[in-house]
Design a protein around this ligand. Structure first.
Ligand SMILES: [Zn+2]
Length: 138
């Protein structure tokens, strides 16, 4: 378990550093807070089941955070920023890396995202010693 996304990314990059020709990596790790699913269940019980007619919520509890307007509003922006940050940190160590994919509850309608697979793919661009990342091929 890692306290920060920085620590996770740096540790995985160090472990994979011997793979000098690694170009595409799928880690299958969710970069959400560890308790996002628990918090989802709690607010479903409190916010949705106790008052199902509340505007802006669901009439019945959504199965997972990616189907929940409350979780998306509370977590999606931060998690998506973490996915880009972690990708850049891993790319800094793995010089041959061209793309990296993560599991994500918060995939959106972007070229690198697959909502059904709950994954997001980030492409890496290197120029003049700088690393740029985005959710579409460069
Ligand atoms: Zn939720």
């Amino acid at each position: 378990m890692y306290a920060t996304v920085d620590g996770l990314a740096i540790s995985f990059a160090a472990a994979l550093k011997p793979l000098k020709k690694l170009e595409h990596l799928y880690l299958g790790i969710y970069l959400s807070d560890l308790d996002v699913f628990h918090r989802h269940l709690v607010h479903c019980a409190i916010d949705i089941l106790s008052s199902p007619a509340k505007p802006g919520t669901h009439s019945k509890p959504p199965f997972a955070p990616d189907e929940c307007v409350i979780c998306i509003a509370r977590h999606a922006t931060d998690v998506r920023a973490r996915e880009l940050l972690a990708s850049a940190l891993v790319a800094r160590t793995l010089q041959s890396l061209k793309s990296i994919a993560w599991s994500s509850y918060f995939a959106e309608d972007e070229p690198g995202d697959d909502v059904m697979a709950r994954s997001t793919n980030v492409w890496i661009h290197r120029k003049d010693g700088k690393i740029r990342v985005r959710r579409a091929p460069w």
